[in-house]
Design a protein around this ligand. Structure first.
Ligand SMILES: CC(C)(COP(=O)(O)OP(=O)(O)OC[C@H]1O[C@@H](n2cnc3c(N)ncnc32)[C@H](O)[C@@H]1OP(=O)(O)O)[C@@H](O)C(=O)NCCC(=O)NCCS
Length: 196
């Protein structure tokens, strides 16, 4: 499946395009992972081309099986064409959109230089709408979003993307601090579909 999503510009931020990762993104991916904050909150490091190739292979397989659908987010800075006039600013993904329980999970990061202008929250919001629109008919009715309590920026992203705080989770290895579980439910005909 080849999917391209568009997110409109705001007063403070350009429009964005979300598309599946491709192998030509390796160098920008390695650059993004030089940021200590990104490395702190993600588990798989991307330090060189071999690690980037492995990271990208997981994304390609995820699309092939539709068990893990991830998008590179690019801001549009004028100009046309792939790479031309676009800058890689984030990664957003949905795990298990076709899970038999109907519950999937979102994940995301933003490159250091693009933080604080709504990139993650707007991209996660668009991703969520797309995921419910695409997989809702086959049962996806609930998306979860998990972060450690001390990841305050991630908590803000959750709130701004419409994910309500559902529970505070106790410490559980490999996570050294308690977590927040946020959820967003698929809305059908004006009513939220409830889990359980
Ligand atoms: C979390 C992350 C994705 C946010 O990306 P972003 O594009 O800056 O997100 P947004 O601009 O949509 O929103 C960020 C919000 O967090 C706030 N914020 C950022 N750093 C903060 C901090 N240290 N303390 C409190 N709030 C903070 C911003 O002010 C903003 O809130 P506001 O709009 O109310 O002002 C980004 O910081 C990141 O990539 N972190 C590392 C990876 C990560 O943590 N991923 C999520 C794992 S669960």
């Amino acid at each position: 499946m080849t999917v391209t999503l568009r997110v409109g510009a705001t007063d403070g931020a350009p429009g964005m395009v979300l598309r599946p990762w491709d192998d030509g993104d390796a160098a920008a991916l390695i650059d993004a992972y030089r940021d200590p904050l990104l490395r702190r909150w993600t588990r798989v490091p991307v330090r060189d081309h071999a690690e980037a190739a492995r990271w990208l292979a997981v994304r390609h397989k995820g699309w092939a099986t539709e068990e893990y659908v991830s998008f590179v987010v690019e801001e549009e800075h004028g100009g046309e064409g792939h790479g031309g006039g676009r800058r890689l600013v984030a990664n957003v993904a949905v795990k298990a959109p076709r899970n038999s329980t109907g519950v999937g999970e979102v994940g995301y990061w933003t490159v250091a230089a693009a933080r604080g202008r709504g990139v993650a929250s707007r991209a996660v919001d668009a991703l969520t709408d797309w995921a419910f629109g695409t997989y809702g008919a086959s049962g996806l009715h609930w998306l979860r979003l998990l972060h450690q309590v001390d990841n305050v920026a991630s908590c803000r992203v959750a709130a701004k993307a419409g994910y309500d705080l559902d529970a505070v989770l106790p410490v559980r290895p490999p996570f050294p601090a308690p977590g927040h579980l946020h959820v967003r439910r698929r809305v059908t005909a004006g009513a939220a579909v409830r889990h359980g």
